[in-house]
Write a protein that binds this ligand. Sequence first.
Ligand code: ADE
Length: 818
Amino acid sequence: MATQMLPLLPALLTVLLVSWTAAQDVDWHFDTAKCRYALGMEDGTIPDSDITASSAWSDSTEAKHGRLSTGEGDGAWCPAGPVFPSSSEYLQVDLRKLHFLSLVGTQGRHADGLGREFARSYRLQYSRDGRHWITWKDHWGQEVVSGNENTYDVVLKDLGPPIIARMVRFYPLADRVMSVCLRVELYGCVWKDGLKAYTAPVGHVMDLSGSPVYLNDSIYDGSKEAGVMFGGLGQLCDGVLGGNDFMESKELRVWPGYDYVGWNRETLGQPTVDIEFHFEKTRVFHTMQVHSNHRHTQHVRVFNEVVCEFKASLLSPWAEPALSLQVPLSDLHDPSSRTISLPLGGRPAQILRCRFSFSDRWLLISEISFYSKFPAVTLRAGLPVAKDDSSNTAILIGCLVGIILLLLAIIAVILWRQYWKKLLGKVFFITMFLYSLPIQEGPPPYPGAPPPGLSGAHYGEASGGGGSVPHYAEADIISLQGVSGNNTYAVPALSATPTDCPPLPELPRERLIFKEKLGEGQFGEVHLCEIEDPQDLENLEFPFNVRKGRPLLVAVKILRPDASKNARNDFLKEVKILSRLKDPNIICLLGVCVSSDPLCMVTEYMESGDLNQYLSHRVLLDKTGPSHNTPTISYPALISMASQIASGMKFLSSLNFVHRDLATRNCLVGGERGEGEDRGGERQIKIADFGMSRNLYAGDYYRIQGRAVLPIRWMAWECILMGKFTTASDVWAFGVTLWEMLSVCQEQPYSHMTDEQVIDNAGEFFRDQGRQVYLSRPAVCPQGLYELMLSCWSRDCKLRPSFAYIHSFLTEDAMNMV
Ligand code: ADE
C-alpha cells in the first residue's frame, strides 16, 4: 500500500503546498501605491548621458537640462524645430532597466523669470527594448496629456494605465507656432517581476441577460492576430486586482468587466487557457500568484488545475517534465475573488507557459505576478549554468553586508528627518501665530505676503490689482493631515476630559477573519473581515440584528506598523472621536484592537462601497423608464440619499464637529433597504472618512511638493486661502457633494479647470469682483435645488444655510421638485 502511494507523493505534496499557500493570504501582488518614487531626473541619479533628444535649440538648452525643478544651462530642454503643426521633437530618458512608471511630471522653462516657454500638452512614447516604441494612451484611448500652463509650476500626471518600460519619450505639442521647452521627471520603481511580454487568447464578451460585459485586455500594448495577443503587457500585470463583482471596477467611468480578462470555454473551443510569459532574463521561479474571480452563480470559477512548462530561451525546447498543480478550493461556495499562490519549485527559465483549466464556463483573471530570483551563475566551460542559489555563501555574505548598510542608511535617514521635523515644527509655530490673527468672520486683515522665513505662496499668486490674496503656507497644510490621511478634527464639544471617556471596546484580533482588502492609503489599509459568532463578544458594539449562527462582516482600518508616533496618536484620537459619534448616518465604530500593534479600528461594513463608485456606475432613471441594463438611480432616491448626508452633518454640526473632507467618496452605501422592494436605487448612507490618500481618488487632492494633500475642489475659498475650516466650510463641501450626486458622479467638480485654476478661483471669491466661477447646474437639477447649492457657496459664511435648514429643504421641498 505504502509503495503504491509513493508515485502519488509528489502530486499530493504539491496539492498540500498549493492549498497551504492559498490559505496563507500572502498576497504580494505588485503594490502600485508603493511605486511612486522620483526616478532621478531632478536629483541627478539619471546621468546626463541617458537623457537625449531629437534636437536642441542651443548647447545651453540641450537634453541634459530637461530635469524637473533644476535650472542648469538656460533652464530646460528646448528643441530646435517647431512642434506645430506636426510634432516630432522629443526628449528621451533611458532608465537602463525595465521600470513600472506610475506618474510623470512636467515643467516649463523658468530660468529665474527669463523663460517664457512651456508645453501645454504632450504625448508619451515608451519602449522596453529601445527598438519598438509604443504610444501611451489613457483608459479611454486619449494620447494627448495636458501639460503646463506656466513656466514654473510642476504638473503631475497619473499614468492610468501605468507604463512598464525602459525608455520614455516626451513629445511636446502646441496648437499654434510657439516655442516650447520642457523639464521632466519620471516616478515609479524598478519592475522586479522582469516580465517583458505575455501571449494569451484575446478575452471574450460575456452576455449577461442581454447586456455585454467586455472581458478583453483593454490596455494590452502588443499585437493581436487570429484571436491571440502577443508581444505586449496589459491588465494582467497592471497591479490592479479585480473585485468580487466583475461588473464593478475600481477605475472610474469604465465599462462593466473592465478589471478582468476573461475567457469562455465554448468560445475558446478548448479546456484550458494557455498563457505564455516572456521574461527579460533567465530567472529561478519560486511562486506564481493568480488573482481570479469566482462568481460561481454566473458560471465564473477559479481554474482547478494548472500545468506549467519552462524553457531556457526562445529557441530551446520545453524542459521535461511539466509541472502540474491541482488547485483544491475549500471555500467553493464563497463567491469572493481570490489570489491563488502556486509553487513553481525553483525552476530556472526565461519563458513559461501555463495552461489554466476551466472549472466552469468562464475563467476571469485580473492579475498574475511572479516571485522569482536571478540565478546565481557559475561559468563552466564558458557557458552560464544556473545553480541552486541557496548554496552560495558569498552571496549570503554579500546580502548580509547589504542589509547592514541598508540599516545604517535607514538610521541616517531617521536622524535626518527628525532634524527637519524639529525645524518644521518651529516654522509651523511661527506660521500658526501669524495666521491665528484673522480667524473671524468677514474680511480679515489678511497678510499680503507669506510670513518671513517661509517659502511662501505655492499657489494663489494675487493676479491683477484687486488686492492681494492671503496665502496658505505649506507648513499649515501639513498639519491638516490626520492618520487616515486627513482630519485632525476640530471638536470643541467632544474634547472632553479623560474621565468622561467611555472605555474603548477592545476586541480580540484573532476573531477578525480577513476576507479582502477594501482600500489602502499612505497610512494603512482597510480590510473586509468576518467575525464568527459575534454574539460571543461582550465588548462588541452590536450594530444590527445579526442572526444567530451568522458571521458579522466588518470593515477594519489598520494603521501601518511602521507609522510615526504622530500618526499613532492621530489614529487613537480618531478612534476616541468616532466612539462617541452615534448617529444613523455616521459610520459606527464597533470596536478596536489597540492593546497591541498594529492598531485597528473596526467599523460596520457597508456592502455597496462608497457613494462615488455607487453612483458613477448608474444612470439616471428618466420618465421613459429603464432603457438598457445599466443599473439606474431615480431622482427621489438621490434626494433621499442627500437628505441622509444632511442629517448626518446636522448631527456632527450640533457637536461643533468639523468634518473637513465631505465628498461622495467619503460616504458609504448600505445594502438594499427592503427586500424585493423597488425604491429606485435608494440606499442607506453613512458618512465616513477614508483619508485623502486612497489611491483611487488621488486626483481629487492637490499635492504640494509631494507632501500635503488637500481636496481643493470641495474646499470653501477661506479653507484654501486661510486654512479656516468650520461648519460653514462643511456646508460648502456639502453643496459640492450635492452637485456630484446630481451629476451622478460622472465628472470631477470643475473638471475643465486645473488645480491651479481652482486655487485662483478661490482668490476670485475673496476679491468678489464677479469673476468667480460656480459649478454649473447639472442637467437634472431643478432650479430650486441649484439655488440651494449656490447658497452653500456664498462668499459670506453667515449667508450659507445651516445643515438643519438643508435637511428640512431636502426632505420637504426638493422631493416634489420633479
Ligand atoms: N471602508 C472602506 N470601505 C468600507 C465599507 N464598504 N464599509 C465600511 N468601511 C469601509
